[in-house]
Design a protein around this ligand. Structure first.
Ligand SMILES: NC(=O)c1ccc[n+]([C@@H]2O[C@H](COP(=O)([O-])OP(=O)(O)OC[C@H]3O[C@@H](n4cnc5c(N)ncnc54)[C@H](O)[C@@H]3O)[C@@H](O)[C@H]2O)c1
Length: 373
């Protein structure tokens, strides 16, 4: 209580070194990543870390260091202003968030690791963390995406679990970060493998009065929903860019949801139908196809007749934020072609073929109308 009071009165968590001595069993949380969603995750966690006695007040946030146009380091500015001025401007993170540009130092004392970077950086991050984390560490991944290896697709939670030899849950949902940052009501789903108690600890760490989190025992289902909906959002963006209207967009979303479910269940027979009705499923699909960055860039791509590349549009429209749907479409395509499933998934296949310029954006409706066999 004493330290909470100090923090609320303005003392920063990094000044407060007495909690471990007083309560050695408190969980310590580190957020690995500090983009748009990473910063919002840190804000939610910081709120609960102060409120709940089972968590240490201080929340570390690893920052991939950048020099701002002012010449200052991003991590210094976050610690001075309590704001991520580049990825979440205008929002106070909570004084108990400490930005740390040193990855190993940031994770050293934590037993709860929250991974939230664009998925393409995770393999490198995991390699750097081998042998550097606490033995009793637990992880959760908020990352949407997958790695495709010679032996097949590898979900990011599996990559984390295997490389770091720790349990890894996932949290996915209809969560456009900027809306959660201003405390608009939203829901999310935690997916766990076996340990319900650990899942409930993650639920407590993230839940706030305006952010309702529930747990389901289906880690792959939850993670695949979060990953695959970005491919459908690219298709929805093409429809918007071509001004095809709401009926077409709804049709694309329905076909996309059907492919999401079929693909997930073909990869993992354990995936449950009910997961697609959680926040991570249909709700995330809807919000992403209405408002997300994948939809926005795909709309611009279609408006330009496919003549401007996604790399160019990402750099111009997202100011350092990363697009996930295009790379996920490629990864999904690799899995489909490797397994001979391309014809079963006309929408997923067509999205990738449009992204690489093999077909015009308008072909999104010519191909995806075929039913998977
Ligand atoms: N933004 C959202 O609304 C939202 C919502 C739900 C889930 N997600 C997921 O969260 C994950 C993280 O997205 P975000 O929105 O926090 O990030 P972002 O796209 O806003 O920002 C990109 C981040 O990547 C970092 N970065 C750049 N180069 C790097 C490198 N070489 N190594 C490591 N980091 C590097 C940047 O510093 C920045 O923190 C993604 O998987 C995304 O799909 C995002």
């Amino acid at each position: 209580m004493e330290s909470q009071r100090q923090i609320l009165e303005g003392e920063t968590a990094s000044d407060n070194i007495s909690q471990d001595e007083v309560l050695p069993n408190k969980s310590r949380v580190t957020v690995v990543g500090s983009g748009n969603w990473g910063s919002v995750a840190a804000k939610l966690i910081a709120f609960n870390a102060l409120k709940l006695s089972s968590f240490h007040d201080e929340v570390r946030m690893w920052v991939f260091e950048e020099t701002l146009p002012s010449g200052e380091k991003l991590s210094d500015v976050i610690n001075q202003t309590n704001e991520n001025v580049k990825y979440l401007p205008g929002i106070k993170l909570g004084k108990n968030v400490v930005a740390d540009p040193d990855l190993e130092h940031a994770v050293r004392d934590a037993n709860m690791l929250v991974f939230v970077t664009p998925h393409q950086f995770m393999e490198g991050i995991c390699k750097r963390l081998v042998g550097k984390i606490r033995e009793d560490a637990e992880a959760i991944s908020l990352i949407k995406g997958m790695e495709v290896k010679m032996e097949g697709p590898c979900m990011i939670s599996t990559l984390i679990s295997k490389q770091l030899e720790i349990d890894c849950c996932v949290l996915m949902g209809a969560n456009i970060a900027n809306e959660i940052a201003v405390e608009k009501f939203s829901e999310a789903t935690v997916g766990y493998r076996q340990n319900r108690e650990v899942a409930e600890k993650w639920v407590r760490l993230f839940s706030t009065p305006s952010f309702m989190v529930t747990a389901v025992q289906d880690v792959e289902g939850v993670e695949l929903c979060g990953t695959l909906k970005n491919v459908v959002a690219i298709a929805a963006g093409f429809v918007d860019g071509l001004e095809m209207g709401n009926n077409t967009k709804a049709a694309i979303m329905r076909i996309g949801l059907r492919e999401m479910k079929a693909f997930s269940k073909l990869l993992f027979s354990s995936v449950k139908d009910s997961t697609f009705f959680e926040s991570c499923g249909v709700a995330d699909l809807i919000t992403t196809c209405l408002g997300g960055r994948n939809r926005k860039c795909a709309e611009a791509f279609a408006r330009n007749g496919g003549k401007r590349s996604f790399d160019e549009l990402e750099a111009e429209m997202l100011q350092g934020q990363k697009l996930q749907g295009v790379s996920t479409a490629k990864e999904v395509y690799e899995v489909l072609s490797h397994r001979g499933w391309l014809e079963l998934f006309p929408l997923f296949t067509t999205v990738h073929e449009i992204c690489i310029g093999r077909h015009p954006p308008s072909s999104i409706v010519e191909y995806s109308e075929h039913k998977p066999k």
